[in-house]
Design a binder for this molecule. Structure first.
Ligand SMILES: *Cc1c(COP(=O)(O)O)cnc(C)c1O
Length: 476
């Protein structure tokens, strides 16, 4: 778009690029935590929406100024809270292009290259995870919607097998679908159950072992209590606190014997399959019926990137597909609308395509192994500082430490308080970002490493910073 011989895009996009580069370069030195508070951000951003428009350059200049201090450094290498990855250079660039191309990736006809990039990236992902090549897939917003999509396919098949067409008749009057899960499942599973109207009361938490893994006897006993009920078994590749994997090789055949659908939450853990060193953890995972994972965590694709993989293509398609007279369907091409819960959607396959190519198989394995090594180093070195202890030594990229109240006669609640105080002090230092969690009744600091930018120097810097925080907060 040119006006008076000048591009309307050029100045504002250049401005955005300049700002982005300053931001990205600043991640290694700046405060990881936000420094502007809620009131400040509301005061700055909360302008009245004027009647007259504002020139694009001014909008972007003011936006970048107004968000100052309100952008968390989670794209950088010193952010270890929750499970949040950064963005690889090629993935970020592809994300910008995705916006510039602005394809509606619902149909091949509306964005042919977007459909093909997604088709190719989907095949690469199945291959990397060692999952059946004939499985269907979908690129969704995140693992939350991946669970919804997978469980919609499960609901379809389990009820169809019992003569009930759930898409036509709904759930009212249908045999209830029972969901058996290990106790320490992620909250997105429960929300998927709610969204699909399966009913939280049908979601049964089974006790897990010390690592958070479901044991075969426990599953067998639970499943046998209603041997013929339509059943979903929810397993996990990578528990949030311990990084534990359910023993798929023994659990899945049990579920299979009872005709259950096995769904795996592998939001970050499924990526272990891409590393020769950690692949053994995922042994047997390919026997499941559906898998949910993320690109925006360990693959370091910008946000808005989750993956659905379903072994039973027909069930997946039956639960999602849609046809209208005004849509154009190509008989050979893959229309995303047949596999996705969305209609119009972002062409999110490009970022995954770019990230996978930038890293290659070796690079992905190396990224996974590096993160695991840094998680281990952080937990063990922080845990060895005076006044700290290791609660969970990482076996993957997740671990737990705790900080102790040094006063004589300090109780568990004192240690809990101390742990939260230290986490807050680390945050306030701006040197790193960790989250707290109550794990088996005690407060802990969770360490999660899944950013491609975390390096030896950053680990050293963070450990020293925590050493200083501990000294300052509790001088010997
Ligand atoms: C992050 C996470 C999820 C949810 O993924 P989103 O992409 O945030 O929707 C589900 N399960 C596990 C184990 C996770 O770590």
């Amino acid at each position: 778009m040119v006006e008076n011989g000048k591009s309307l895009f050029q100045p504002v996009l250049t401005q955005a690029l300049d700002h982005a580069l300053v931001h990205l370069e600043g991640l290694s030195t700046g405060s990881v935590a936000a420094t502007a508070d809620l009131r400040t951000l509301r005061a700055r951003l909360g302008k009245p929406l004027g009647d007259a428009g504002v020139p694009a350059g001014q909008v972007i200049a003011e936006l970048t100024r107004d968000v100052e201090g309100g952008i968390v450094g989670s794209a950088g290498g010193r952010f270890f809270a929750w499970v949040i990855g950064g963005a690889l250079p090629a993935a970020l660039a592809a994300d910008w292009l995705t916006a510039a191309w602005d394809q509606n990736a619902g149909l091949y006809a509306a964005g042919p290259a977007a459909a093909v990039a997604e088709e190719v990236a989907g095949a690469w992902l199945k291959d990397l995870f060692g999952l059946p090549p004939e499985a269907s897939f979908a690129f969704v917003t995140g693992c939350q919607m991946a669970h919804v999509t997978c469980l919609a396919a499960a609901r379809h098949r389990l009820l169809a097998e019992r003569g009930w067409d759930v898409e036509q008749r709904g759930l009212s009057g249908a045999p209830p679908v029972r969901l058996l899960a290990g106790g320490e499942r992620h909250g997105t599973v429960e929300r998927a159950v709610r969204l699909l109207d399966l009913g939280k009361e049908h979601l049964v938490s089974l006790p897990a072992d010390a690592q958070g893994r479901l044991q075969p006897e426990v599953l067998e006993q639970a499943i046998a209590t209603a041997a013929t009920a339509p059943t979903v078994v929810l397993l996990q590749a990578g528990e949030l606190n311990t990084g534990a994997f359910d023993p798929f090789e023994t659990l899945i055949p049990i579920a299979r014997r009872y005709g259950a659908w096995v769904h795996v939450d592998g939001a970050f853990g499924l990526w272990a399959a891409a590393s020769a060193r950690h692949r053994h953890l995922t042994k047997g995972v390919a026997l499941a019926d559906s898998w949910a994972t993320d690109g925006h965590k360990w693959l370091n694709v910008p946000y808005d990137s989750g993956y659905v993989i379903v072994a039973d293509r027909a069930a997946h398609r039956a639960s999602m597909s849609h046809r209208e007279s005004y849509l154009i369907h190509d008989s050979d091409a893959r229309d995303q609308i047949d596999w996705n819960p969305e209609w119009s959607r972002r062409a999110r396959g490009f970022t995954t395509y770019a990230a996978l190519r930038e890293l290659g198989r070796n690079g992905i394995g190396d990224l996974v192994e590096r993160c695991c090594r840094y998680a281990h180093a952080l937990v063990m070195r922080i845990g060895a500082l005076p006044g700290a202890e290791v609660l969970w030594e990482p076996t993957l990229n997740q671990g737990l430490v705790r900080f102790l109240d040094s006063r004589a006669g300090a109780t568990e609640p004192d240690h809990d308080r101390r742990t939260d105080e230290v986490i807050a002090a680390i945050l306030a230092s701006g040197e790193a970002y960790f989250g707290g969690v109550t794990w088996r009744g005690r407060r802990a600091m969770r360490v999660s490493v899944c950013n491609w930018q975390t390096s030896d120097e950053e680990v050293d810097r963070v450990v020293s910073a925590i050493g200083l925080v501990l000294k300052k907060e509790c001088p010997a």
